[in-house]
Write a protein that binds this ligand. Structure first.
Ligand SMILES: Nc1ncnc2c1ncn2[C@@H]1O[C@H](COP(=O)(O)OP(=O)(O)OP(=O)(O)O)[C@@H](O)[C@H]1O
Ligand SMILES: [Mg+2]
Length: 343
């Protein structure tokens, strides 16, 4: 019989499990105190194919999930019997991949007779900041930029969000990955574009990712990506030499500058005092430096999760699990994985 105790403890010990893409991750927190975070990634195997192959990801999760959970518990100095709840990503992501983590979490919650918490991966990215700054409380403005999402959000309370601006096509991370590919850089692309961009300070002034002449603030990464592809193609047809570092640097400026500018403008116009960030692209050094200085200049507090908590990880899933735990939002064992879920 599965009859977990749903009483809310003041300082619960929560295990987070994440398997939505190519990272199998587990982490343990006690209240907002971070205890451990482990990742086993199949990125090296995926890089042979230039991107994530869902079947390979699912198989890799199956092989890694038990080991990564054991490691997270061991490094946290926590026995599984001490867990207050198990939080797991149930979407959005690759269905086969999600199902591995979700099934494992269900089995563990059942065997320990503790509550199961279903976590929305994107809310996880937003919650990484709660572990970075243990006193962080809503309201705040968040710049979310990942492989599948690009948005500026107003977190009004722990459960109420307003999307202030978003992309009308590709996500920023997707554009970084595609530009990496046309520049011949290996997968995962974003971090390699950043490395190459460090070799240049020559801005070719590519068009901004901010959509012009729009009543609302909107971003377009498909337009910017196509511009870069055409730029390289035209140069090659004309036999002109191109500096890949200049291209990486200029693309990065056009992709990142409008995100930083608009995030700070929204914070100021809405009277928010704090800006946070989440998602893989916010691990980008140029973005982090720009956002920090823009917030400093504007007198805003800036909470930036460490780089390893910007890209996919399970600490952010445990952190969001804690919010759901405190709200008493527990899942049934029939919880299904979902490829898409709204915020
Ligand atoms: N240093 C970096 N600079 C730019 N982009 C980066 C950097 N590091 C990671 N990225 C990009 O971040 C993305 C991965 O982020 P993340 O793991 O949050 O995305 P995801 O989980 O695939 O998507 P989502 O969270 O939207 O479902 C990739 O597109 C990657 O290229
Ligand atoms: Mg992610």
């Amino acid at each position: 019989m599965y009859t977990p105790d749903y009483t809310i403890k003041p300082t619960p010990v929560i295990l987070g499990i994440e398997s939505s893409c190519d990272e199998t991750a587990a982490a343990v927190i006690r209240g907002r105190e971070f205890l451990s975070s482990e990742i086993i990634s199949s990125a090296a195997e995926q890089s042979k194919y230039g991107g994530v192959v869902p079947e390979i990801a699912s198989r890799a999760h199956t092989q890694a999930v038990d080991e990564v959970v054991r490691l997270a518990l061991k490094n946290a100095g926590v026995k599984k019997e001490q867990l207050s709840a198990v939080a797991v990503t149930y979407g959005a992501g690759l269905l086969g991949a999600l199902l591995v983590g979700l099934s494992y979490a269900k089995g563990l919650a059942y065997s320990l007779n503790v509550p199961l918490i279903g976590v929305n991966h994107i809310r996880g990215h937003l919650s990484a900041s709660y572990l970075t700054d243990k006193n962080l409380e809503p309201p705040f403005i968040t710049l979310l930029a990942s492989g599948g999402h690009t948005a500026i959000l107003h977190t009004q309370s722990y459960s109420k969000f307003k999307v202030l601006a978003s992309t009308c096509d590709d996500a920023a991370g997707e554009a970084f990955d595609k530009v990496a590919r046309v520049l011949g850089l290996p997968y995962p692309g974003g971090v390699n574009v950043e490395k190459l961009a460090l070799e240049s300070r020559n801005n070719l002034n590519f068009p901004s990712a901010l959509v012009k002449n729009s009543a609302e603030v909107r971003f377009s990464y498909s337009g910017l990506k196509t511009y870069v592809i055409n730029y390289l193609h035209t140069a090659s047809q004309r036999g002109e030499e191109v500096s890949p570092a200049d291209v990486a640097y200029s693309f990065q400026r056009s992709a990142v500058d409008p995100l930083v500018k608009k995030t700070v403008e929204f914070a100021l116009s809405l009277g928010a005092k704090t800006v946070t960030a989440g998602g893989g692209v916010t691990a980008n050094g140029y973005l982090r430096q720009s956002l920090l200085s823009a917030c400093n200049e504007a007198g805003l507090k800036c909470v930036l999760p460490e780089k390893k908590y910007c890209t996919d990880n399970a600490a952010m899933i445990a952190a969001e699990g804690l919010i759901q735990y405190n709200a008493g939002n527990f899942a049934e064992l029939s919880l299904n994985a979902r490829a898409q879920i709204p915020l």
